[in-house]
Design a protein around this ligand. Sequence first.
Ligand code: NIG
Ligand code: FE
Length: 420
Amino acid sequence: MTHAMNMTGGANATLWRHARLATLAGAAGWGLVERGALVTEGQAIAWVGAEAELPAALRERIASEHDLGGALVTPGLVDAHTHLVYAGRRAAEFELRLQGASYEEIARAGGGIRSTVAATRAADDETLFALAAARARSLLAEGVTAVEVKSGYGLSEAHEARCLRVARRLGAELPLTVRTTCLAAHALPPEFEGRPDDYIAAVCDWLPRLHAQGLVDAVDAFCDRIGFTAAQTRRVFEAARALGLPVKLHAEQLSDQGGAALAAEYGALSCDHLEWLGEAGVAAMARAGTVAVLLPGAFYFLRETKLPPVAALRASGVPIAVATDHNPGSSPVLSPLLMLNMACTFFQLTPEEALRGMTVNGARALGLADRGTLAAGQRADFVAWDVEHPNELAYWFGRNPCRRVVQGGSQVFAAVEVKP
Ligand code: NIG
Ligand code: FE
């Protein structure tokens, strides 16, 4: 229950009290604070600590307070890899895969990404927005306060622009931070059949105009046998670099193309998937400070068996993030917490690594330095959970313990309390 009390004039801070905090503020450890509290001012955290230690001067600035009822509070979740904007569904393809067809075979036969491109092009703007907004709301209800949204199901200048505009509109109309990524180099559209180099030239030509419309925060590509070669990816990265845009890469998902090393050469924010990542790729990412974004949903749904080299990433100090990769083909998941669970069960991340992967390291994969931990000066994005310890966020599955979501200092979601 929220008890908002308005006190004396001049004060504008909000106290969020009666919580156990997992601040994740240090380089390691949960950063647990028992009987903790936060003070927010505007969109930022002004103070974090044990409630008994709240400075008197700060107390005077408090205009309202909320009792969090002993909940566990963590930073807001950052889902650093999604493809939320699309129409259509691919359940029939799932059935085909269960009968033995591979993801790659389906893609080569013109299904896969291309079938979603056809459905997306055929949908009007309002439908695309409504579909994406419903997905974003599901993520929000499980504690997501920032999300990356890729294009990549438009594959023409006009349709990529449209999908990126829908992504921007999500950020404007929903209480979520949205970072957009242009993934025009996702697959070869039918009109460029047999002409992948011409398509890459077209993508490089679109990028400055998409960027000039304020639609692009980062640039991504799918570097794989059914995507684009390393040489083609390099051309996309050159175009991004010329615009001063950061790059990311779908790298070594189905095979090792040396994509991670290439992305690292361009100072990539992140390389994502990485099941086939080799030693050279790990070393290059470590040198560049590139985040490894692991996507256990795609690993699971494609029934992969090759594991990403987690021990090598850890040993080399590569920051590890975990994301949903929500998309209709390889990861139709809308539960970030299930991804924490799978990151532990499949990839043997510790529950702490998994949570860091969807908070502080997820933020880093998006180039967002102002969030991912609970500390003074950080953006006031946090979540109150009905759990005793943060290790439970990776433990339960099929249960949503999210009770409240606070975005930029405002409560934007509260679970309905059902009392017997
Ligand atoms: O991240 N690998 C490429 N892109 C997506 C899947 C896209 C699709 O199948 O529609 C991914 O897994
Ligand atoms: Fe993806």
